[in-house]
Ligand binder design. Structure first.
Ligand code: PGA
Length: 262
């Protein structure tokens, strides 16, 4: 795992967008795992800008979102399909047939989850997975005690997650209680993971996820097992990391990162 600390949330999100853009330029058929959440909005704004100003081309890539609420129609403004449409799909030249999210209205949810895994495999697996992190350490909607080898399935959301997402729905009572989510095992099979976290409220969970022991109580700790995972944080989210001097030194000195300075 590598940790990159940026001055503020805009710089952190822009760095993630530049890393995605570099991968996409290197492989126009890139299979990208996408995430929703406030933190990702600046990443998508950055990618939209690169599409508009630098001809970043999405026409051949495939996308798979991490999760979707059970019970919401794709055109419900709070569905993740609609959210992705607003922030990215409608603003770049993605072919909508190449954008995949679980269908939260599927009559047979178990079958829907199995099919989702199959579609990822059919596309050759995930090349790059974007991740946010919940304050309970979830990645996707893998809430505490998610099996570290779990696959796409239906998960009940915790009260903490309901509270975290309440603002979108006008209160925690209105948030759907369940979601379809890629499993921790699904995420660990992606070839590369980029986790972005910003703000002081994430400082504790980031320290636990990066430097704490691996535990199913904090799904993000499973990323310590991933062969190529980069965690990008802003200064406030890095506030409780013990090893931050070392992480800064690696970023400043490893040739791989030179092109991303400034
Ligand atoms: P946030 O959500 O970006 O809105 O903080 C992240 C998450 O819960 O995965």
């Amino acid at each position: 795992m590598e940790v990159i600390i940026q001055s503020d949330e805009k710089a952190a999100a822009l760095l993630v967008a530049r890393m995605v853009a570099k991968e996409l330029r290197g492989n126009p058929h890139l299979v990208i795992g996408l995430a929703t959440g406030r933190t990702m909005e600046d990443v998508y704004a950055g990618l939209v800008r690169m599409h508009e100003e630098d001809e970043l081309d999405f026409s051949l890539c495939q996308t798979f979102n991490l999760d979707e609420y059970v019970g919401l129609a794709p055109d419900n403004p709070n569905s993740y399909r609609a959210t992705m449409h607003r922030h990215l799909f409608s603003r770049v030249n993605l072919d909508l047939r190449n954008t995949h999210l679980p269908n939260g209205l599927a009559p047979d949810l178990e079958e829907e989850c199995a099919q989702y895994e199959k579609s990822i495999q059919k596309c050759g697996g995930l090349d790059l997975q974007l991740l946010g992190i919940g304050q309970d350490g979830h990645i996707g909607f893998n809430e505490p005690l998610s099996a570290l080898r779990s696959r796409t399935r239906v998960k009940a959301l915790t009260p903490a997650t309901l509270a975290q997402n309440a603002a979108y729905f006008g209160g925690p009572a209105q948030v759907p209680r369940r979601a379809i989510t890629m499993g921790v095992g699904t995420i660990l099979e992606s070839r590369r993971c980029l986790l972005l976290a910003t703000g002081k409220a994430k400082a504790n969970i980031i320290a636990q996820a990066v430097e704490g022991p691996i535990t199913a109580m904090i799904s993000a700790t499973a990323l310590q097992l991933h062969p190529r995972c980069t965690v990008i944080v802003d200064e406030p989210a890095a506030g409780r990391l013990q090893g931050s001097d070392y992480y800064r030194w690696i970023f400043a000195n490893e040739p791989e990162w030179a092109e991303f300075h400034s």
